[in-house]
Write a protein that binds this ligand. Structure first.
Ligand code: 8YV
Length: 327
């Protein structure tokens, strides 16, 4: 392409990523980092050849219907693409790409951090100390639950689910999973993982549940009020995927009533809003969508975005093209 493509980036990205983008493309950055309003997004889509959005930009069919004639690529900065109506984009001749793979290990680390924090009351304990409440050790005080020897049920055994399984196995948890289909025999053997075709049956038998599947129409409220009720009272639920996979009010009610033991949540149904009931509970650990929040992940995500744009503009199939059949 003789002329550099006009690339509009909706949020502030790491400096090395922005520098490289400016070298390669006619790039419009957002140094303020303020999320665009829907009207601003429409304007961005009208002047861009390529839009680089993030999870905070909702690019639905209404917004896409007002895109300009030059828009050819939406290169999402992020693995999940539930913020984008991919089918409508494709129908309008707009390709969508994402950034899988580079945030797998960090997201899996955060999943383990939440499992440990919820089971061992890490945040509660830290708060006691920081608020001056540590008056001395006691044999029966601040007792949590051991994770070694327990059963972990992973919902969604893709890259991140498998990375969680590898870590959890090293912590002595036995690995169980529910997925659309079983993993290869080689991976199942490596992880000593048990496949549950029935999510209901798995839910009823696990000590810890970890959500690691994308949010799609098929996984919306996969953990419905009915399914959550199948959990045992000592169970812990951890979510580093998308809030929409869990019925958040139902989860909050069960936690408040002590019908399950705890939760570790990094994502919420209506981010950045969080169900107010959750905020008051001692048995939950709540993080502000930090799964991929490392310097390394965010730079690698930016590099993936750049490779996708460059490959596409050079007339080739971008490596991380998302096709609706994958969702
Ligand atoms: C990102 C994420 O922070 O990649 C994803 O799907 O949820 C996060 O790791 C966010 O999506 C960036 O747009």
């Amino acid at each position: 392409m003789a002329q550099k493509p006009k690339v509009v980036v909706t949020r502030k990205l790491p400096d090395p990523v922005e520098t490289r983008m400016r070298e390669l493309f006619d790039t419009e950055l957002n140094p303020t980092d303020r999320a665009m309003t829907p009207d601003e997004l429409v304007e961005a889509l009208q002047r861009a050849d390529v839009l680089v959005p993030t999870v905070t930009d909702r690019i639905d069919s209404r917004i896409l219907s007002r895109a300009g004639p030059n828009l050819r690529l939406i290169a999402n900065f992020g693995a999940g693409v539930d913020n984008i109506d991919v089918a409508t984009a494709n129908a309008r001749g707009v390709t969508v790409t994402n950034t899988p793979g580079v945030l797998t290990e960090d997201t899996a680390d955060m999943t383990m951090a939440l499992i440990l924090a919820a089971a061992r009351r890490v945040v509660e304990g830290a708060q006691v100390v920081q608020t001056g409440g540590f008056s001395g050790w006691s044999p029966t005080w601040m007792l949590g639950r051991r994770i070694a020897g327990k059963r972990l049920g992973i919902i969604g055994m893709g890259r991140i689910g498998q990375a969680v399984a590898r870590r959890a196995k090293a912590f002595g948890l036995s690995i169980h999973y529910h997925n659309r289909k079983p993993v290869s025999p080689r991976i199942a053997e490596e992880l000593e993982a048990t496949y549950w075709e029935s999510l209901d049956q798995m839910m009823a038998r696990m000590d810890v549940i970890s959500i690691n599947c994308p949010h799609t129409p098929g996984t919306f409220h996969l953990l419905s009020a009915r399914r959550l009720k199948l959990l045992q009272p000592h169970a812990i639920v951890v979510n580093t995927a998308r809030g929409e996979v869990i019925d958040e009010p139902a989860l909050a009610n069960m936690l408040a009533r002590g019908e399950i033991a705890g939760a570790g949540l990094d994502v919420y149904e209506n981010e950045p809003a969080i169900n107010p009931k959750l905020l008051k509970l001692p048995n939950v650990v709540l993080l502000p969508h930090m799964g991929s929040a490392t310097v390394e992940s965010r730079i690698d995500m930016g590099e993936k975005v750049i490779i996708n744009i460059k490959t596409f503009m050079d007339g080739h199939r971008p490596p991380d093209r998302v096709i609706p059949a994958m969702l």
